[in-house]
Structures are given as structure tokens and as C-alpha cells.
Ligand binder design. Structure first.
Ligand code: NAP
Length: 296
């Protein structure tokens, strides 16, 4: 089997070029650039890294980016005040509240307070509802990135059996929904698996497209994958490695080395789904911006 390692880096770079061109054309016409804001509460190192990446990505395509940083001790009421401020700032097209939040803040209260028209993470119940109904909305970044990756790689989804492992609200559940929609980039027959699934291997062996979002390093092994399948690895694991200059390496939920030879297409980790997740936020911000420019 000739395996194609899906080139997410090139696809992400193409999308960023397209966005940057659109922003440039608009600003040359005198329009303001898109504005993406982020709220970061506390000192969680991973959250700080994610927000820094979002800032860097925004600048790379010509967006205005602002980050509102607050200490761990910020109260829920204070945070809701900042959300309200951004909801009402006409110069902000979209914003995200970086999760997780400190334990004393109720995440649902905060997500519910975001204006759905600015909810570029696609987490607000209104936007989740629109996604389920197939209405135009902000799609959650990771499944949106995966769907875009499949589409731009030219992988046929219509009529295929897609098995998704993992049912989180941010990855597995929306992925299963999006790929089962009656749409040209979907139309899959979807099986959604989770920790109570009893015959997992029997199901994964039937998958034409296998999306793995389980959070267990190298969980999917070669005996679980059908010859010629498309495998999408969402997992991200940092493994200590003193021989690596960084002191660690990154790997996924799929045992890439042994699974890849059986696949028609497979995403690498790193350099796969993670890159597309970042680009999705830019795509959603462009959607919010275009809507605002049409209204103006
Ligand atoms: P999560 O919230 O931890 O959920 C894991 C899911 O896997 C749950 O639905 C769980 O089932 C299921 N599961 C656990 N053990 C299982 C088993 N033995 N058999 C079948 N299913 C099992 O996961 P997540 O937030 O979606 O993240 C998954 C992975 O993707 C993590 O490594 C995360 O770091 C990574 N991630 C990457 C990106 C990216 O951009 N690349 C984005 C988000 C997440 P139950 O529901 O029954 O507990």
C-alpha cells in the first residue's frame, strides 16, 4: 500500500495565504483588519502557549490581536464583565476565552455569556445547535480543521464509513455530527465510539476513515486498521526524551510507525491536526469579520 502522509503544513499555509490576501485587499480599500481577542486567566503554561500561538497566527495574516490577561484570583463576576465588554466592542469581530478556567469559575456560565456572533471557538450552545442543524455557524476548531484537511486533500467522504473514537464536546461529538451531515464534504455513515464501546476493534476494522481522539498514546495499533483506510490522529502527547534537544518529543493516539503502512492516507503528529486547529480559528474569525463588514 502506497501511503500518503497528509501534508497539513502546506494546506494550512495555503489557507493562511488566502486569508492574508483577503485581509490585504480589504485594508487597501480602507477597511479595518479583522480583530481577534483572547482572554487568558491564570498562569497555566499550556494555556499561555496556546494564546501566544493564537496571537502569532493572527499577526501572520494581518489581523489585529489583543490578549486580556488576568490573575488566577480573578472572580467569575469580573470575568463576565470582560466578556460583556468584548461582546459590545464593535471593533472586536470575535474572541475566545482560553480554557480551562480556574476551578472557582463556572466555565458554562462564561461560555453562555459570550455573544454567539463573536464565539469563534463555536462553543456557545446556540452555535452548537446551529452546527447540529447544519446551519451556517462557527464550527469547533479541531473538527473544522479535520474536515477542511480531508476536503483539501481530495479525500472522498460521501458514502464512507467513518469511525470516530472519543466523544468529547470539542472533538469527537462535533466531528461525528459534521461528517454525517448531508453535505458534499460529509455524507459519511458514522460510528461514534467511547470508553463503553464493547467491540471497538471490530468497528475500527470497518472504518474507511478512522478519526482517533482518545487521549491515549499509541492506542490505535496496526491490527485495528483496515488496509487502505484514512487515519486521522487527533492525539497530542509530550514524551520526555533526554536525547531530543527539546527534552521531549510529541506523538499521537496512533502508533504511526506500524499503522501508516496499511493506510491510504494518514495525518502525522506533530504536523497534522494541530496545525489545522490553529487555522480554523482564523477561518472562523474571517467569517465573523465578513459578516460585520456586510452589516457596516
Ligand atoms: P477527552 O475529553 O479526554 O475524551 C477522550 C474520549 O476518549 C472520551 O470520549 C472517552 O470515552 C474516550 N475513551 C477513553 N478511553 C477509551 C477506550 N479505551 N476506548 C474507547 N474510547 C475511549 O478527549 P479530547 O479532548 O477530545 O482529546 C483527545 C486527544 O486529542 C488528547 O490527546 C488531546 O490532547 C488531543 N487534542 C488535540 C487537538 C489538536 O488540535 N490536535 C485538539 C483537542 C484535543 P468516555 O466519554 O466514555 O469517557
Amino acid at each position: 500500500m502506497k501511503t500518503v502522509v497528509i501534508d497539513a503544513k502546506t494546506i494550512a499555509a495555503q489557507i493562511k495565504d488566502e486569508i492574508a490576501n483577503e485581509v490585504r485587499l480589504n485594508t487597501e480599500k480602507g477597511m479595518r483588519p479583522p480583530h481577534l481577542a483572547a482572554i487568558l486567566v491564570g498562569e497555566d503554561p499550556a494555556s499561555k502557549t496556546y494564546v501566544a500561538s493564537k496571537e502569532k497566527d493572527s499577526h501572520s495574516v494581518g489581523f489585529t490581536s489583543s490578549v486580556y490577561r488576568y490573575p488566577e484570583t480573578m472572580s467569575e463576576k469580573e470575568l463576565l464583565g470582560v466578556v460583556d465588554f468584548l461582546n459590545n466592542d464593535p471593533d472586536v469581530d470575535g474572541f475566545i476565552v482560553q480554557l480551562p478556567l480556574p476551578k472557582h469559575i463556572n466555565e458554562n456560565n462564561v461560555i453562555n455569556a459570550i455573544n454567539p456572533d463573536k464565539d469563534v471557538d463555536g462553543f456557545h450552545p446556540v452555535n452548537v445547535g446551529k452546527m447540529v442543524l447544519g446551519m451556517p455557524t462557527f464550527l469547533p476548531a479541531t473538527p473544522y480543521g479535520i474536515q477542511t484537511l480531508l476536503e483539501r486533500t481530495g479525500i472522498e467522504t460521501s458514502g464512507k464509513h467513518c469511525v470516530v473514537i472519543g466523544r468529547s464536546n470539542i472533538v469527537g461529538t462535533p466531528m461525528a455530527n459534521m461528517l454525517s451531515r448531508n453535505a458534499s464534504n460529509a455524507n459519511c455513515t458514522v460510528t461514534l465510539c467511547h470508553s463503553r464501546t464493547q467491540n471497538l476493534k471490530e468497528l475500527t476494522l470497518q472504518a474507511d476513515i478512522l478519526v482517533v481522539a482518545i487521549g491515549k498514546r499509541h492506542f490505535v495499533t496496526e491490527d485495528m486498521v483496515k488496509e487502505g483506510a484514512v487515519v486521522v490522529d487527533v492525539g497530542i502527547h509530550r514524551v520526555d526524551d533526554p536525547t531530543n534537544p527539546k527534552g521531549y518529543y510529541i506523538t499521537g493516539d496512533v502508533d504511526f510507525e506500524h499503522v501508516a503502512p496499511k493506510c491510504s492516507f494518514i495525518t502525522p503528529v506533530p504536523g497534522g491536526v494541530g496545525i489545522m486547529t490553529r487555522v480554523s480559528l482564523l477561518m472562523n474569525t474571517m467569517t465573523a469579520y465578513r459578516r460585520n463588514m456586510e452589516k457596516a
